[in-house]
Design a protein around this ligand. Structure first.
Ligand code: HEM
Length: 398
C-alpha cells in the first residue's frame, strides 16, 4: 500500500486522467479562489455544472468568437505597440486575453479604460498565483490574504454589477420587451438562467467567474509566450520560413500545438484516490495522492519519437495521436476551451478555417515582423516553480 504515486508514462497518465475513482487534487491549497468551482467538483455535481456551462459553447460559438469578436480586440490591443515598435510579450498577452476572457465569462467592463484592464489584469495575476499556490516560491499566507481581499473587490466591482445588468435583461425578456438574441452569450448568463436548476450559491458564482477568467486567460497567456519563443527560435534555424510561413496557416497551427505539448500550462495534474485502488500495479490507500506528470508524459519517446524533447512542428505522429499530447487534460475535466484556444487542425491539404485564438495572435505578430529584442534578455517568472516567462521583450520590423 502507498499513499502517493507519480505517473510519468503517457498511457498510464491518460488512464489516470480518465479514472473516475480519482478526484481533483491540484487546487487544494488554492481553496480561497477554487473551492467548489467546476474543475474542483466530482461525480454528479461536476456532471450537472459542466452540462449547464457547456451551453455557452453552442456549435457556432467558436466561429462567431474568432471571426466577429476576436479580430477587433486583437488589433486594438496591438496597435499602440506596433506604433512604438516594441513590447513585453507577457504584458501584451495579459492585455489581449483579459478583455476577451472577460467577454465570454460575462464580466462587464463598464469603463472600458486602460486602467480598468490593468485592474483586471492585476486581479487575475493574483487569482492565478492563489489557484496554483502549491507551486508558489514565496510567502503563501500573504498570497492567501491578498486573494481574499481581492475576491471581495472583484465581486463588488465586476461580478455584482454584471449580475444586475443580466437580471434586468432577463426581466425584459420575460415581459417580451427584448428578444432572446439580445442577451449576452456568456457563462454568467447561463449560470443566472440556470435552466437545469442546479444548486449554485451566490458566493460560488463569484469564484466560478474568477476561475473561468483564469482558465481562459492565464493558460492562453503563458502558452502564447512559450509558443512565440519556440517559433522565433525555430525561424532562426529555418530562415527561409520567415518569408513563407504566413502562407502556411496549417504550419503556424502545428507550431502552436507542438509548443503546447512541450510546455503544458499545468506541468502536472494531481488527483486523490476515492477508495483503495490499484494504479500502475501499485496499491493505493484511500486518499492517496496521485501526481500525473503531464510534461514528462508529453515527452514520451515511445509516442513522439526520439526527438520528443525538441520543438519539431513537422513531427510524424502515430495514427489518432493528438499533437498537443495531454496538455488539455482528458476524461471528465478535459478542457472546455480547447477548441477556442487551439482551434481544429484540418487534415493535410485541407484549408484552415478555425485556427484558435493563440495561432491567430501569433500569425498577427509574425505579420508585423516580430523579432526578439536584441538589447534585452527575456526572463522566467521567479515567483513560481512553474516554467513560465515573466518578461519577454520583442520588437517589430516591417
Ligand atoms: C492553451 C490554453 C489552455 C490549456 C493548455 C488548458 C488546459 C486545461 C487542462 C489541462 C485542464 C484539465 C485540468 C485537470 O484535469 O485537472 C483544463 C480544464 C478546463 N479548461 Fe482549459 N486550457 C486552456 C484554455 C482554456 C480556455 C480558453 C478556457 C475557456 C473557455 C478553458 C476552460 C477550461 C475549463 C472550464 C476547464 C475545467 C473543465 C472541467 O473541470 O470540467 N481552458 N484546461
Amino acid at each position: 500500500m502507498t499513499d502517493s504515486l507519480t505517473i510519468e508514462g503517457y498511457k498510464s497518465a491518460s488512464l489516470a486522467l480518465r479514472d473516475k475513482n480519482l478526484r481533483q487534487a491540484l487546487y487544494d491549497e488554492g481553496a480561497i479562489v477554487m473551492k467548489d468551482v467546476l474543475v474542483n467538483l466530482h461525480g454528479e455535481q461536476h456532471k450537472s455544472r459542466r452540462a449547464l456551462e457547456t451551453k455557452v459553447f453552442r456549435r457556432d460559438f467558436f466561429k462567431y468568437y474568432e471571426s466577429e469578436i476576436f479580430p477587433g480586440t486583437l488589433n486594438e490591443t496591438l496597435a499602440p505597440f506596433i506604433s512604438s515598435g516594441a513590447m513585453d510579450l507577457v504584458d501584451f498577452g495579459y492585455r489581449v486575453m483579459v478583455n476577451l476572457t472577460a467577454d465570454f465569462t460575462g464580466l462587464d467592463r463598464r469603463q472600458k479604460t486602460p486602467e480598468e484592464t490593468a485592474d483586471l489584469m492585476a486581479l487575475l495575476r493574483l487569482f492565478g498565483k492563489t489557484a496554483t499556490l502549491a507551486h508558489a516560491t514565496g510567502e503563501k499566507d500573504t498570497v492567501r490574504n491578498d486573494a481574499a481581499e481581492a475576491l471581495e473587490r472583484f465581486d463588488d466591482t465586476y461580478v455584482q454589477p454584471s449580475i444586475d445588468r443580466r437580471r434586468s435583461m432577463l426581466e425584459k425578456l420575460h415581459k417580451g420587451e427584448i428578444e432572446e438574441e439580445s442577451l449576452p452569450r456568456d457563462i454568467l448568463m447561463v449560470l443566472l438562467r440556470n435552466e437545469d436548476n442546479i444548486e449554485l450559491p451566490r458566493e460560488v458564482i463569484t469564484r466560478e467567474m474568477a476561475f473561468f477568467a483564469l482558465a481562459g486567460a492565464h493558460t492562453s497567456i503563458h502558452t502564447l509566450t512559450h509558443a512565440t519563443h519556440e517559433l522565433l527560435e525555430w525561424l532562426e534555424s529555418h530562415p527561409t520560413k520567415r518569408e513563407t510561413i504566413l502562407n502556411e496557416p496549417r504550419l503556424i497551427q502545428k507550431c502552436i500545438l507542438e509548443s503546447i505539448r512541450l510546455h503544458p500550462s499545468s506541468p502536472i495534474a494531481a488527483r486523490r484516490a476515492l477508495c483503495p485502488m490499484t494504479v500502475e500495479s501499485e496499491t493505493l490507500d484511500k486518499d492517496a495522492k496521485v501526481v500525473i506528470n503531464l510534461q514528462a508524459a508529453n515527452r514520451s519517446k515511445e509516442i513522439f519519437g526520439e526527438d520528443a524533447d525538441q520543438f519539431n512542428p513537422d513531427r510524424i505522429l502515430p495514427k489518432g495521436q493528438s499533437r498537443y499530447g495531454l496538455s488539455f487534460g482528458q476524461g471528465m475535466h478535459a478542457c472546455l476551451g480547447l477548441n477556442l484556444a487551439a482551434g481544429i487542425l484540418p487534415p493535410e491539404g485541407k484549408p484552415v478555417d478555425h485556427m484558435g485564438t493563440i495561432a491567430l495572435i501569433v500569425e498577427a505578430l509574425v505579420k508585423k515582423g516580430i523579432r526578439k529584442d536584441p538589447y534585452q534578455k527575456p526572463e522566467k517568472d521567479p515567483s513560481t516553480a512553474r516554467d513560465l516567462w515573466g518578461y519577454y521583450p520583442v520588437r517589430f520590423q516591417g
